[in-house]
Design a protein around this ligand. Structure first.
Ligand code: G1P
Length: 324
């Protein structure tokens, strides 16, 4: 069945960005000149998911307002004849049909996803985590949705990360070969089946563990914040006990799904992964957030030509090492 709904958990406190996030939701912090969450809603919309559900909490009203029309600002821009800005202000309200539901207590990502059950109903749906931005030039979600359409069950986005970082992520165990039938799907030829590091791009996930210690991690394949999930995940989440950090973990529910499917190639609800090798920006951490901004600004046609030469000069001059 076609995936049409996206769920975006946005209830986190944003403690890593205090005091900026004392009264502004972390999802509203600008990445260049647009709030971080707008990139994520745009990604969903570009993948054909026009029904977006934000799972929010108290003090997140600014996010809902951002995806609504702003009559006063629009009228002022119209009076001035400022068409460019008018279009940009309207764009966020036109990206998707944005709904919201409250997660009243911070009980973890799994619980946040469970809050979407009534809205999602009995369809498969996507989950996009706001801290991970996927470059629009490297589409991932579309590929995940296509894989899910073929096999059913769940699809997670995976990325090879340095070994020392595995404890920050859900980590996957994968089956050695490509998923059943993959070899007969030549879109793009044999090269499209593997990553530049020689891994199969689409893989069968046989187990998942949330934030394992480095020496217990089954691989360096980390779950990055994109999921396509079957509606059966809700029942599993309802009976998933609190896991790491005392929170209800989505990873644990996916592990249950993977365990139930075992290695039966015909299992009704298997778990697959797409190993992503494109550009991903982590905006959940201050240094990575800065890197994302510098990179995106440098590559923007309207800002890069002015910004990047300045950056080069700043670096060449020794940056903070230069004497004032
Ligand atoms: C969450 C998930 C984790 C996943 C990560 C991706 O963790 O629980 O499995 O790998 O997102 O960003 P968080 O970053 O919210 O702690």
């Amino acid at each position: 069945m076609l995936v049409t709904k996206a769920v975006i958990p946005a209830a986190g406190l944003g403690t890593r960005f205090l005091p900026a996030t004392k009264s502004v939701p972390k999802e509203m912090l600008p990445v260049v000149d647009r709030p971080a969450i707008e990139y994520v809603v745009e990604e969903a919309s570009q993948a054909g998911l026009r029904d977006v559900l934000l799972v929010t909490s108290r003090s997140k009203k600014a996010i809902e307002d951002h995806f609504d029309r702003e009559a006063e600002v629009e009228a002022a821009l119209e009076r001035k004849g400022d068409k460019t800005r008018l279009e940009r202000v309207r764009a966020s309200a036109e990206l998707a049909e944005v709904h919201s539901v409250r997660q009243s207590s911070p009980r973890g990502l799994g619980h946040a996803v469970l809050c979407a059950a009534a809205h999602v109903g009995s369809e498969s749906f996507a989950v996009l985590l706001g801290d991970d931005l996927i470059d629009e030039r490297d589409p991932l979600l579309v590929e995940m949705i296509a894989l899910q359409a073929r096999h059913g069950g769940a699809v997670v986005a995976l990325m090879e990360v340095p070994e020392e970082s595995v404890s920050m992520y859900g980590v996957a165990t994968i089956a050695p070969g490509p998923p059943a039938g993959a070899a007969a799907e030549p879109a793009g030829g044999a090269a499209a089946l593997t990553t530049p590091t020689g891994r199969y791009r689409a893989v069968r996930v046989t187990d998942l563990v949330e934030k394992p210690p480095v020496d217990e991690a089954p691989s360096n394949l980390a779950v990055i914040g994109r999921y396509v999930l079957p509606p059966e995940i809700f029942d599993i989440l309802r009976s998933t006990p609190p896991g790491r950090g005392g929170e209800i973990q989505l990873t644990d529910a996916l592990r249950t799904l993977a365990e139930r499917a075992g290695d039966d190639p015909a299992a009704a609800l298997p778990v697959h992964g797409i190993v992503f090798t494109g550009r991903r920006y982590d905006t959940g951490d201050r240094v990575d957030y800065l890197k994302a901004i510098v990179r995106l600004a440098s590559e923007r046609p309207d800002l890069g030509p002015e910004f990047y030469p300045w950056l080069e000069e700043y670096v060449a001059s020794g940056g903070p090492k230069a004497e004032a």
